[in-house]
Ligand binder design. Structure first.
Ligand code: PLP
Length: 425
């Protein structure tokens, strides 16, 4: 970054300091990852200079023959990765991708079902502060109070009663596998669209570590920057034909794929970010390699070892464990709130996020839990033995949170571990 260093030393220094922070800490936020140098180079390329409203072969600006090739590569690779019929690679991020799907499938004030935020759903799954809850009528479903698992019988009963036009399946804080086939059957029974949002687990799906929703859905969205390990952004996969076209779109002339595309552009976006879309293509190529399967397997193994380590130290995990990349720790029996734990762990270089647990008696800005995940540390090359140590660090720091000396010692151990796993030189 020689040029940047000269042109704008302030921003250059901020980037260097943030890089040091990323390398000198243990980032356990499950939605984060580290992209390859190749992805970074594509993102930082001159493709950012182009305007290309429209889609390959149908642009509103001239000079797009080469951009068309990049976007087409991204589309073809995504299709291969997920085995889907149609892909739109233009969404700027996960929330706008979901917005385009809502606008394509529903009319304002139509009813849909989504997982409640407090039980692991995303803001865009019907929270009253999001467009999804403001413009549409959300009937939330919940996890079972005892098992903390999705209760498919209860979801089915609610669907039969409420007759939603769309059922949304997906998670941001649910530590178990999702039965997309069961969701698909419920949706079919009530003639609702089935829309899965796999932002968190897309990498696991691509690597066959989690059931794919694609065969059981009308539409699937995912971010590209979480387990998929690409640039910030999202894609929308869909069937081409609209299963409930006559029922819900009798006067529309577009099939489902066209409806999705039309609602991304011109519906909510203007020109696509061609540099990001090229970087998505690079990330999809990486995800198609056999090493990506190994990587994804290791993410799940690491999460399971970290979960065991924490439970061995007396922490209660929501659902008593995990079978994906993330876990939710209920701190109630440790007499510390999620917010306090986040601060204590931050002091020793372990970065987590506070999170509600299902039926949390506390408020979202100071909830009972923290959420941990392993995708990023797995990218750094850490394996089972490091996860075991990290569980020990967390337990010790929370137990001795008043003791500055002990905290400083753990921080030094964290730094020593980080030094063995430098990702960006
Ligand atoms: C992260 C996430 C999103 C939103 O993605 P942004 O890129 O932050 O807008 C949407 N849905 C789910 C399930 C997510 O986990």
């Amino acid at each position: 970054m020689k040029t940047l260093k000269e042109a704008d030393p302030e921003i250059y220094n901020i980037i260097q300091r943030e890089k040091q922070r990323q390398m000198n800490g243990l980032e356990l936020i499950p939605s984060e990852n580290l992209v390859s140098e190749a992805v970074l180079e594509a993102m930082g390329s001159i493709l950012t200079n182009k305007y290309s409203e429209g889609y390959p072969g149908k642009r509103y600006y001239g000079g797009n023959a080469i951009i068309d090739q990049a976007e087409t590569l991204a589309i073809e690779r995504a299709k291969q990765l997920f085995g889907c019929e149609h892909v739109n690679v233009q969404p700027l991020s996960g929330s706008p991708a979901n917005m385009a799907v809502f606008f394509a499938l529903l009319n304002p004030s139509d009813t849909f079902m989504g997982l409640d935020l407090s039980c692991g759903g995303h803001l865009t799954h019907g929270s009253p502060v999001s467009f999804s809850g403001k413009l549409f009528k959300c009937i939330p479903y919940f996890v079972d109070k005892e098992t903390e698992l999705l209760d498919y019988d209860a979801i089915k009963k609610a669907a039969i009663k409420e007759k939603p036009k769309m059922i949304l399946s997906g998670l941001t804080a649910y530590p178990r596998k999702i039965d997309f086939k069961a969701f698909g059957e419920i949706a079919e029974e009530v003639e609702a669209y089935h829309f899965a949002d796999i932002a968190h687990i897309a990498g696991l799906v691509a690597a066959d570590m989690h059931q794919s929703p694609v065969p059981y859905c009308d539409v699937v969205t995912t971010t590209t920057h979480k387990t998929l390990r690409g640039p910030r952004g999202a894609i929308i996969m869909s069937l081409t034909e609209d299963r409930y076209h006559d029922k819900y779109h009798s006067d529309a002339t577009k099939n489902l794929a066209q409806l999705i595309d039309f609602n991304v552009f011109p519906g909510i976006q203007g020109g696509p970010h061609d540099h990001t879309n090229a970087a998505k293509a690079v990330a999809f190529k990486e995800a198609l390699q056999p090493q990506f399967k190994e990587y994804s397997k290791q993410i799940v193994k690491n999460a399971s070892v970290l979960a065991d380590s924490l439970m061995g130290h007396g922490f209660r995990l929501v659902t008593n464990g995990t079978d994906n990349h993330l876990m939710l720790v209920d701190l109630t029996n440790k007499n510390i709130s999620g917010k306090e734990a986040e601060v204590v762990l931050d002091e020793i270089g372990i970065i987590v996020n506070k999170n509600t647990i299902p039926y949390d008696p506390r408020k979202p800005f100071d909830p009972s839990g923290i959420r941990l995940g392993t995708p990023l540390l797995t990218t750094r090359g850490m394996k089972e033995s490091e996860m075991k140590s990290i569980g020990d660090f967390i337990a010790k720091a929370i137990e001795h949170r008043q003791d500055k000396n002990i905290l400083e010692n753990i921080h030094n151990d964290v730094l020593a571990l980080c030094k063995r796993f430098v990702f960006y030189k």
